[in-house]
Design a protein around this ligand. Structure first.
Ligand SMILES: Cc1ncc(COP(=O)(O)O)c(C=O)c1O
Length: 370
């Protein structure tokens, strides 16, 4: 189908960067710098400086970033990690594969974990909290940090959707023992394939993760233990470094788009919109997605499709506890379930032009008028 407004527009971004990308690719390939080379180190330093941490370890996906962070943090089978059900299955998988159990907590109005419900779910097996900063907005890290300190729990942030987002001036990924980013193509900063990174200021954790991503191989020729092969390719790192130059302007555009959507849709009483961007205040949101709650969501989605506007349902329309095969159906999470009944994501990417936004706004208004 030929969309009039695409949900994500990879070719449009590529056309704008083509010359610089191709010359970088040519340069890296002609040098033969493929794995664990300088482009990776440079990109890791760029991310560390940007997030405000001492170390970044590039790995081959956000999923592996979570997985290695959980393992390096010493999580053991039968431990419990508190997180939310409104997240990608990868968050739960990283916990599950360590042998630990994901313990699910309901969300609040902003679709992130409701920190006031966390304490109730703590048991003597709880070892960590994994806040997921969804849709480019930080969780309430004051409350989460206070709980973690009170009960001596680790914080491992799933910051896959939140590069550049801040809470009280501090960047996503810099609050916990470790933060995990995804550079999946559709993310705020996307590679041309899978890519991710763990960030941390803990020297020994960083060393451990750098061994875990590379078969456990240490500088002295020994191996640190049974490990994995999950390195971020040098070529992808070089590409991400090029894209990073545009990153601040992309965040600015995402925030502008969120503001335009907010102005054009806020009068529709059938919708609940994300918080609009603010210049001062605790939250600086970066709008990985623009996830609205809409009455008659399915009909709205069909109408938008007919009008050539591509939309998505978060995770296909279900939280972790609603996928039967994951065996988490013991949880009843009323706010999460209400949200999934209504949630739909409308186009959000920095290459959207104002006429696209006018059309989306006009079409949604038309739907509710009819
Ligand atoms: C919240 C969240 N966690 C984890 C991931 C996993 O990242 P990746 O797709 O890079 O493995 C993603 C992205 O897909 C995500 O959105």
């Amino acid at each position: 189908m030929e969309w009039r407004v695409k949900y994500i527009d990879y070719p449009s971004q590529y056309r704008k960067l083509e010359k610089e990308l191709l010359s970088t690719i040519q340069e890296v390939l002609s040098r033969g710098d493929l794995l664990l080379r300088k482009n990776l180190e440079d990109f890791e330093n760029t991310i560390s400086g940007y997030v405000g941490v001492n170390h970044t370890i590039g790995v081959n996906s956000g999923t592996d970033a979570l997985h290695l962070a959980v393992e390096a943090a010493g999580i053991q089978p039968a431990d419990e990690i508190i997180t939310s059900s409104h997240t990608f299955v990868a968050t739960g998988a990283a916990i599950h594969h360590s042998g630990a159990k994901p313990v699910l907590v309901d969300i609040g109005e902003d679709h992130n974990i409701d920190a006031s419900l966390i304490e109730n779910m703590i048991t003597d097996k709880t070892k960590a909290i994994m806040p997921v900063h969804l849709n480019g907005r930080l969780c309430d890290m004051d409350k989460i940090t206070a709980i973690a300190n009170k009960y001596n729990l680790l914080i491992i942030e799933d910051a896959a959707q939140a590069l550049g987002a801040t809470f009280k001036g501090k960047k996503a990924g810099s609050f916990g023992l470790a933060g995990c980013f995804s550079f999946y193509p559709a993310k705020l900063l996307g590679a041309y394939g899978d890519a991710g990174a763990v960030v941390t200021s803990d020297d020994s954790l960083a060393k451990n993760i750098s061994y875990l991503r590379n078969h456990g191989r240490m500088d002295n020729g020994e191996v640190s233990g049974w490990a994995y092969n999950t390195r971020l390719d040098n070529l992808q790192a070089a590409i991400l470094q090029i894209k990073f130059k545009k990153f601040p302007s992309w965040i600015e555009r995402r925030r502008q788009i969120a503001s335009i959507y907010n102005d054009g849709l806020e009068k529709i009483s059938h919708l609940r919109l994300p918080n609009p961007p603010v210049e001062s205040g605790d939250f600086f949101d970066v709008y990985q997605n623009y996830e609205i709650e809409a009455e008659s969501k399915d009909k709205l989605r069909t109408y938008l499709t007919q009008q050539g506007i591509e939309t998505m349902l978060p995770w296909g329309g279900k939280g972790l506890h609603q996928f039967k095969s994951l065996n988490l159906s013991e949880y009843s999470l009323p706010r999460t379930e209400e949200m999934f009944d209504k949630a739909i994501m409308i186009p959000m990417h920095p290459d959207l032009e104002d006429h696209h936004l006018d059309y989306v706004i006009k079409t949604i208004n038309q739907f509710y008028r009819n």
